[in-house]
Design a protein around this ligand. Structure first.
Ligand code: HEM
Length: 143
């Protein structure tokens, strides 16, 4: 989450947080807490199919958009854009690894920071799966 100033002095988990202190919530650690997540470092997105987890600030186990008064106001737009972008990428291209790279060689670890990047950039080969005419055809929208 972005840094915020404490508007009042408060005690949290035995720690004194003075008024005016700069607070940054470590959402990276929250989302990898082994007491909450089974095998937290394993890339297993299907774990989210098992239960309906709110990602817009109501469930503190995962807070990609923050929470509370300063929660991201663009959360729903962000979710819609990511779904649309992924859908387009999968619809238009077949995805494969570069020749000679095995799936088990792909390093999924990220680097920490304000914005998270992959520690080792992912190399993927996109092959158009629709013929060009279909791919670039403009579909006029009904007005
Ligand atoms: C997947 C995409 C996005 C992610 C992961 C994301 C994440 C975040 C996070 C973590 C915060 C900080 C919340 C906090 O400090 O508690 C934030 C704040 C904010 N986001 Fe987003 N965001 C996304 C997309 C967008 C979009 C599309 C917009 C606008 C169109 C937007 C506008 C803002 C604004 C204005 C704030 C500051 C809110 C405030 O401080 O009161 N975000 N976002």
């Amino acid at each position: 989450m972005l840094p915020h100033k404490a508007s009042a002095g408060v005690k949290i988990a035995g720690y004194d947080v003075p008024k005016g202190a700069n607070i940054i919530v470590n959402v990276w650690a929250l989302a990898r807490d082994p007491e909450v997540w089974e095998d937290p470092l394993a890339f297993r997105p299907e774990r989210f199919l098992r239960e309906n987890i709110d990602i817009k600030g109501a469930d503190f186990r995962v807070l990609p958009f923050g929470a509370g008064r300063r929660v991201c106001p663009g959360a729903q737009l962000g979710i819609n854009l990511v779904a649309s972008m992924l859908g387009h990428m999968l619809h238009h291209f077949s995805w494969s690894l570069p020749e000679g790279t095995r799936p088990e060689d792909v390093e999924m670890m990220e680097t920490p920071g304000l914005v998270t990047f992959m520690a080792t950039p992912l190399k993927a080969v996109a092959t158009p799966r629709l013929d060009k005419e279909e791919l670039y055809r403009r579909v006029p929208s009904e007005m």
